[in-house]
Design a protein. Structure first.
Lengths: 258, 776
């Protein structure tokens, strides 16, 4: 019995020594030694939205850079204030420029105070940067959401109506304004037609209005994509632009006051 | 002319000649349960058979006159039965063997069944005596933890119950309980199997080369048989704990009938009280079996439930408010609601001593509703662009299955047997992804799968050949698919050579969500009704031999040509407006070589396994069809399971694993992902990584070593408590995980400024758990 215990002890010691002498990390610490310095593709990263909401100047672009990991964590400034943002209406051939915000608190933002996008118009975007590839994108502004006349019904705890769907609108967000808060409904779409929507709310609340927003395909795709914060996880880049990253899209908005 | 010869040959094969067949069931004298792997030998010859998973055996071509059958099994007393053989087949309805207490030899961890006569196992199977689940506390009595110690199996994630078998995806594994498909056979919490270990009678995993009888999955078949009950007494096991209760009972249920019921209910009190998180994990299993003349009838029922509603809000009550200073609207949590159920009836009738008819009708369903959310906003008062994240996933998935299976097994002369079978599955799939709140969003699909098969098994001396053809289809596609299956084993002296070849089709697929849910616990099924099925061609070659009477080894090589695969991801499913947009069709390859040595040396038992394997994938829409490493690719896989019977009452055990790291995706850069509030017309950002290439680095190797200790109590408080409660046995067990800090399994690498990447491992520290249970 004693001899057996001795043999087992020696086997354990040999095993431990073998393991520790192998080229193993001694703690779950530094990254894999053979990590390749992977090629980083520089480019602009933008978010641009054309808002057909009957308010001039509400559309904007935010332009910044994609960076190497080290620069992101060590506090680099990503905003690009030197880019030129050109928008062309392919229907009218009109071109307009968006200018960088004058307030440094809004670095990276580009505005045009007179611009009001037109529903069903197609726009082409070109953003040129001094050191990064020229970014291109396009969008078609959806039709304004329309409630079927005579379908709106408001009771003490319910608001219902019929929405005229449009095939150029890929997602609808509908907000019922109850004064201090909104109730939201959201649904995807790929057709023309009629769709009934109902809201129910607690008694004693007074609905003051409705806001209906219709998104184009680009915004629908981008806003429903999920950023990954799980490290070392592959996720496909959801982008609606060429030669860069991010999203250029459009929405149409209808607001109704009760 | 050729057709006439073939027809004549088939008729000749079917005609019974002078030789007689002896068949029957072998059972335990005390409990009445059928015995698997009992040897039945014609005394004075080398001929015989071993009982199959239903305890059935058949010996062919027995000459007339007095013969003696020798029944033997390591756990039972030998039985010699004299039979007068005349000119008609003989059926022995119930041959009862008396149990015997085992010597203080090694625990029978590797089925000693069929050591004298090669049991007719499929070409590549991993069969383990369920006693291992109770002897090794490191396994926490979990079937999946046991299976993951097989050289053919690779885990997908230490926290996930899903597993890869020989380079195929987790969704290509089939799990059956008493022949009923269980679609999500794991609990959400703890990643344990939904099967109560006490209720398990047999575990068999077919990792390739399976007969034409098996279909619908390309990778593996896990067959779990539950216990049948006790014919003369009430027996059971009861295990209380601070978080719940687990127990099982088996008892006589009338004349020629037995029943078994097992259940577990676990609810973590600390979660409920401290975290305010309601939680429940439960599973129930029942079986009723009776024998009516020559027919065995079995009713099986199964139900499992998981519910957890976790939110970080309650945890934060224990921390000062400053912890979240700067964060607004911080939310983190998940809600999971899953259920699994199955109900079926099975019959097994001996129509003639050499004609067996089996049938089964069952309903099985799985419903999963998983929500994960993580969001916060850090208000940026300087630049007007808040930083935050609004991460939400919601996956609802249901599958309902009504299946009818039936087959006829005919044992002809010339050591040939046929099996003719039919299987019909009526399936309903319901899926909804994302967080659209419209009631009728999502999709529902119905489909019917049909299959019929013919399997021929021929034994010619030392050669055993199985030829089968399975025809299957999805009724929506009309077209029948042929699945030829061929396997052969040949004994050459002490060596057994095995070969197998087969085509495999699968008519459903599962979603890959592990990049969106941190850890994927469940399978999310969808139909391939509108697509061609998954298809693979598989080749296996291997040898088996003996190093000593109780020490075996096997070397197996395999190659899988995965000609049609599908990639169904959460992102594509959430964005898609129709199902056609969600699924990417591709292909892949996997190959490898496995070495396994198992058996007993004196008081030591267990196995040592090593596997070298590779796997790749190509999907046209993923990186333009570039060949990438398969997610579960681990070239080197070394596993050992050792048990040592110190005394009659004490068993020590050790589990050691050393495997290559997983291939992972290393990010090339970062950018801000925007989130947009259309009402405020304001932007927020979330930093996210850029990953242009998948699986481009390999993590460091993974290493783990756990030890266990199990002792049957003979005195002390535990023993006297059991005695007071009227129990027969009390058992204490202990597990020490990672006793020497050897554990290595980095989960993720995070970047720290001025340092670089640093890896985190959640199980780096040792832990000790203890267990107490009683049996009656």
């Amino acid at each position: 019995m004693k001899k057996r215990i001795n043999i087992i002890c020696w086997l354990l010691i040999i095993l431990l020594v073998s393991i520790y002498t192998c080229d193993l990390p001694t703690q779950p610490g530094p990254m894999p030694k053979d990590l390749i310095d992977l090629k980083f593709e520089p480019g602009l990263n933008i978010f641009g939205v054309l808002r057909a909401d009957s308010i001039a100047g509400s559309s904007f672009f935010h332009v910044e850079r994609a960076v190497k990991t080290k620069e992101m964590y060590e506090g680099g400034d990503l905003a690009d204030t030197t880019a030129t943002v050109k928008l062309t209406d392919t229907l009218s051939n009109a071109t307009c420029w968006f200018n960088p915000a004058t307030d440094t608190a809004y670095d990276g933002y580009y505005y045009n105070s007179n611009f009001m996008p037109q529903p069903e118009h197609h726009y082409q975007l070109e953003i040129q940067s001094a050191i990064l590839p020229t970014l291109q994108a396009e969008t078609t502004v959806p039709r304004k959401p329309v409630i079927v006349p005579g379908s709106l019904d408001i009771t003490s705890q319910r608001v219902s109506f019929e929405l005229q769907l449009s095939s150029d609108t890929y997602q609808y967000n509908v907000y019922l304004n109850l004064g201090s808060y909104f109730i939201e409904k959201q649904f995807s779409n790929n057709r023309d037609g009629i769709f009934k929507i109902e809201f129910e709310f607690p008694s004693g609340q007074l609905p003051t209005g409705l806001t209906i927003i219709g998104y184009d395909q680009n915004l629908t795709t981008y806003l429903n994509s999920s950023p990954s914060f799980i490290p070392q996880t592959f996720h496909e880049m959801v982008t609606t632009v060429e030669n860069g990253y991010g999203c250029f899209g459009s929405l149409a908005m209808t607001t109704i006051q009760f | 002319m050729n057709r006439r010869w073939l027809f004549g040959f088939l008729i000749l094969c079917a005609l019974p000649l002078q030789a007689v067949n002896i068949s029957g069931f072998v059972t335990d004298q005390k409990t009445g349960e059928t015995i698997i792997g009992a040897n039945v030998i014609l005394q004075g010859t080398a001929r015989g058979a071993a009982t199959d998973v239903k305890g059935f055996f058949i010996i062919r071509n027995v000459e007339s006159g007095k013969v003696v059958l020798h029944f033997s099994h390591i756990a039972y007393q030998d039985l010699f039965k004299e039979i007068n053989v005349e000119d008609k087949n003989i059926f022995l309805n119930q041959v009862a063997l008396e149990p015997r207490s085992l010597q203080t030899e090694a625990v029978e961890v590797v089925g000693q069944r069929g050591t004298l006569i090669q049991r007719d196992m499929d070409i590549a199977s991993f069969e383990v005596d369920p006693i291992v689940l109770t002897e090794m506390p490191q396994l926490s009595k979990d079937v999946f933890r046991l299976l993951k110690l097989s050289p053919s199996v690779t885990i997908s994630d230490p926290f996930s119950p899903l597993y890869y078998v020989r380079g195929s995806d987790p969704g290509e594994n089939l799990v059956q309980l008493d022949g009923m498909t269980i679609y999500n056979p794991q609990h959400f919490m703890g990643s344990n199997a939904v099967f109560n270990p006490y209720a398990i009678k047999n575990i068999e995993m077919l990792v390739g080369g399976f007969d034409a009888e098996y279909g619908g999955r390309n990778s593996s078949i896990l067959n779990i048989s539950s216990r049948e009950g006790h014919q003369s007494e009430v027996h059971g096991e009861f295990k209380p704990s601070t978080s719940g209760i687990s127990g099982a009972i088996e008892f006589p249920a009338g004349r020629n009938a037995t029943a078994m019921f097992s259940g577990r209910i676990i609810s973590d009190l600390s979660y409920r009280v401290l975290m305010g998180s309601p939680n429940l994990m439960a599973d129930f299993n029942s079986a009723y079996q009776t024998t009516i003349k020559k027919t065995r009838l079995r009713l099986s029922g199964f139900y499992a439930r998981d519910y957890l509603d976790y939110s970080i809000d309650n945890l934060l009550l224990f921390f000062p408010e400053e912890v979240l200073e700067g964060f607004e609207e911080f939310e983190e949590g998940f809600i999971t609601n899953t259920s699994n159920r199955a109900l079926g009836i099975q019959t097994s009738s001996v129509l003639m001593p050499n004609l067996l008819w089996e049938s089964q009708l069952y309903y099985s369903a799985s419903h999963v509703d998983n929500q994960t959310y993580f969001s916060y906003i850090i208000e940026d008062t300087t630049f007007g662009t808040d930083v935050g994240i609004n991460f939400k996933t919601r996956i609802e998935n249901s599958i309902d299955d009504v299946t009818l299976k039936t087959n006829l097994s005919y044992f002809t002369f010339w050591n040939q047997s046929w099996k003719l079978g039919l299987e019909i599955n009526r399936l309903r799939f319901k899926n909804r992804l994302g967080y659209f709140d419209l009631k009728n969003s999502g999709s529902t699909y119905f489909t019917t799968l049909e299959a019929f098969y013919l399997q021929d098994k021929i034994e010619i001396g030392r050669l055993l050949v199985k030829i089968g053809l399975r025809n299957s289809r999805d009724i929506n596609k009309i077209k029948w698919r042929q699945e030829p299956r061929l396997s052969a084993t040949c004994k050459i002296s002490d060596l057994t050579v095995k070969l197998a070849y087969g085509h495999y089709y699968q008519y459903l697929t599962t979603m890959d969500s592990k990049n969106n849910e941190f850890v994927q616990f469940m399978e999310y099924y969808t139909t391939l009704r509108d697509y061609d099925p998954l298809f693979s061609v598989q080749y296996i070659a291997g040898i088996e031999g003996r190093l000593s009477p109780r020490l075996n080894y096997s070397i197996t090589a395999y190659y899988k040509d995965l000609r049609n695969l599908y990639r169904y991801s959460y992102e594509s499913g959430g964005l898609a407006l129709t199902q056609q947009q969600t699924i990417d069709q591709g292909k892949g390859k996997s190959y490898g070589c496995e070495f396994l040595m198992r058996g007993e040396i004196s008081k030591l038992s267990g196995w040592i396994g090593y596997t070298y394997s590779k796997g790749t994938r190509n999907y046209p829409l993923l990186l333009n069809g570039k060949t990438i490493l398969f997610d579960g690719d681990q070239p080197h896989n070394f596993k050992t399971v050792i048990l040592y019977k110190l005394t009659e009452d004490i068993t020590a055990s050790s589990v050691f694993q050393f495997t290559s790291g997983f291939p992972k995706t290393w990010e090339t850069g970062m950018l801000m992902h925007y989130f947009y509030d259309p009402l405020e017309n304001s932007l927020g950002v979330t930093p996210t990584s850029i990953t242009p290439t998948k699986n481009n680095v390999r993590y460091p190797p993974r290493l783990s070593w756990d030890v266990g200790w199990k002792k049957q109590l003979r005195d002390g408080f535990g023993y006297y408590l059991a005695e007071y409660l009227g129990a027969d046995e009390a058992v204490f067990s202990m597990t020490i995980r990672n006793p020497l800090f050897l554990h290595r399994d980095p989960q993720w690498y995070f970047y720290f400024p001025n340092y670089g990447y640093y890896g985190f491992d959640f199980e780096f520290l040792p832990s000790i758990t203890a267990d107490y249970s009683i049996r009656f």
